[in-house]
Structures are given as C-alpha cells and as structure tokens.
Ligand binder design. Structure first.
Ligand code: HMG
Ligand code: MG
Length: 301
C-alpha cells in the first residue's frame, strides 16, 4: 500500500544506550525519552528487561519505565525488550504495555547473545509472546543478523524468511529484520524483503532495522521503501551499534532517516531541529560526537 508517511521505531534509549561504556543516569534516560516524544516520535523503545549481568547499562529498566507513565499516557508507544519469562514478569510489574522479543537468524549469534542455541532462543521467546498476546499487548519480534554475521558470513535469505514467518505464526504482530553488523546493501535488501513476503509475511508486518557500518543504511531504506515497507527502526544521533561490527558508526541515525524522507515528501512527524539539539546534548553526556553527518551539518547550521 503506497502511503505518504512512514513509521519510525526510535531505538536510541535501548539499542543505543545498551552498549555505551558510560552508564547513563536514570533521570537522563527519562528526560531523553521525554524529549524524543516532544520531537514527534510516537514509538520509542524505552529500555530492556534482560539480565543486568549481561547489560548493566539498562539495569534500571523498571525505574525508567515507571517514570515514563506521563509519556505513555500521552499516547506514545513505549515497547521494552524482553528475553524470557523473568523479563516479562519484570516488564509487566513495571507497567509495560508493549513488548519486543528477539531472536537470531544464526546459531553463532544465538550463542553469544543468549548463551543458547537457536532452538533454545525460540523456546525462550515463544511463551513470552503467547502470554503477552493473551494480555492483549502488542508484540514486536526482532530477528538479528539477517544479512550476515561476523562468524558465518552471509545469511541465507530462505532461512531468514522461514524464521520471520515463524515469529509471526508464534503471535508477533510485526517482525523487525535486523542488519546487526550493517553489511546489507540495497540489492540484498530487496531480495530478502521479497523472500520474507513470499514466506507469507504481509509487508505491513515487516520493519527494517539498519546499522550504518558501511554507510549504506539510507540507501537500504530506499530499497525497503521500493518494496512497500513503511516501518523503519532508527536511533537519535546514530547511537548504538554492535560490539561485533568493525566500525564506529552505529544504528541508522533518526536524523539521517528524517532528512532523507523529507526530501521524498514522506511524512515522519519528527521535528528535525529539535531532534538534532537532543542528539548534541546526548553527545555531550556520552563524551563523543554523533557519527551522523546530518546531525553534524545541522548542528553547525
Ligand atoms: P544466562 O547467563 O545464560 O542464563 O543468560 P541465566 O538464566 O543463568 O541468567 C543469568 C542471571 O541473570 C541469573 O541470575 C538470572 O536470574 C538472571 P543469578 O542467578 O546469576 O543471580 N536473569 C535475569 N535477570 C533479570 N531479568 C531477566 C533475567 N534473565 C535471567 N530477564 C539471558 C541468558 C538470555 C538472560 C542473557 O543471555 C541475556 O539477558 N541476554 C540478552 C543480551 C542482550 O540484551 N543483547 C542485546 C539486545 S539484542 C540486540 O541489540 C539486537 C537488536 O537491536 C536487533 C539487531 O540489531 O539485530 C534487537
Ligand atoms: Mg540493533
């Protein structure tokens, strides 16, 4: 369906902060998410309820979410990442109204990110999806390493398509195809989206999650748009990345996405100047400049 707008899933507060060496204070996270909402973002991944031993950066998930109640009340969707039953229990106790589960397209990443094989990862996620759906919560499913991983090389699109269809069959409302190490280029984006659609996943249930390791993220968005995908994950200032990717650049910067969409006349609802000011502030907190060329250009303007 051709529309004149896209939906952005803002992931800086989770995907961005989870690998920062600096542990950002709870209040700074809450303020950041409030400002993301004020800049017009309507879906903001707030935090994750994973093991704090694995991700100490987000150990304050419950406190963050509790303080975001006014933002949730204003109608902003604040999904939180949940790996297992323990995470779901914690998320629900903290008032989560929307969750995201995550799985891997490769065995190597399953071992490193979950300390489990892929069957074990799906066995962890499956009851979480069922229980969340039983409670009427929206559930997003992430699939990582969809175009390649550092240990196994390129990922077979047929395998990704089957896993994406499986996440939908398990009850996920949407599947986000993650280019975790940023190796995708436009041609293989087209190929994979088509394979996932051919496996039975409706295109409006597909989201694309690009990392900008090789500077291809915006061109990959264009390829996705051509296949009618309308949901894209992005991170303010390009925060985040992957510890296994060989680059200083992180997620597709929300500013890059908005700048690009503005030129196409695709509405995002985002106030770009406001977002750039927030990313500059965050760069100050984290002690390094944003890798986004759009942020640097507009910050200097
Ligand atoms: P494990 O160490 O193999 O197993 O972790 P465990 O079950 O023995 O858990 C270890 C300790 O954590 C135990 O505590 C558990 O109780 C506790 P202890 O007994 O030692 O005191 N624990 C928890 N505590 C709080 N909340 C929980 C929880 N679960 C266990 N939910 C586990 C297995 C899956 C938990 C771990 O490997 C984990 O948390 N992994 C998540 C790692 C992560 O967050 N990665 C980043 C997110 S994925 C991503 O960024 C990709 C994405 O952006 C898309 C893309 O780019 O591709 C989404
Ligand atoms: Mg990611």
């Amino acid at each position: 369906v051709q529309t004149d707008s896209i939906r952005i899933v803002e992931v800086s507060a989770r995907d961005g902060l989870q690998i920062e060496p600096t542990i950002v204070p709870t209040q700074t996270k809450v303020d950041m998410i409030g400002q993301l909402a004020a800049a017009g973002l309507r879906t903001i991944e707030a935090t994750s309820f994973v093991s704090p031993k694995w991700v100490p950066q987000l150990a304050d998930a419950a406190q963050v979410l509790a303080q975001l109640e006014p933002v949730a009340q204003s109608g902003v969707d604040l999904p939180v990442l949940v790996p297992n039953q323990r995470g779901l229990d914690r998320a629900l106790a903290a008032g989560a109204r929307s969750i995201a589960v995550f799985a891997s397209a490769t065995e190597s990443f399953a071992q490193r990110n979950w300390n489990s094989d892929l069957a074990g990862v799906l066995a962890m996620a499956s009851p979480v999806i069922t229980e969340a759906k039983r409670r009427g919560l929206p559930v997003r499913g992430y699939l990582s390493m969809c175009w390649g991983d550092p240990w196994e090389g390129p990922t077979d699109p047929a395998r990704v398509a089957e896993l994406a269809a499986q996440l939908i069959r398990l009850g996920c409302d949407e599947v986000s195809l993650g280019d975790t190490i940023g190796v995708a280029t436009a041609g293989v984006v087209v190929r994979l989206v088509r394979a996932v659609v051919e496996a039975g996943v409706e295109v409006d249930r597909i989201a694309l999650h690009f990392h900008d390791t090789y500077g291809q993220a915006v061109s990959n968005v264009q390829a996705g748009l051509g296949e009618q995908v309308r949901t894209f994950d992005a991170s303010a200032g390009g925060l985040g990345g992957c510890p296994y990717a060989q680059s200083a650049t992180g997620n597709l910067a929300t500013e890059d996405l908005v700048w690009f969409c503005d030129g196409l006349g695709l509405r995002t609802g985002v106030d770009l100047d406001r977002l750039v000011r927030l990313s500059e502030q965050l760069a100050g907190v984290l002690g390094r400049p944003s890798p986004s060329a759009v942020v640097r250009a507009l910050a200097g303007a």
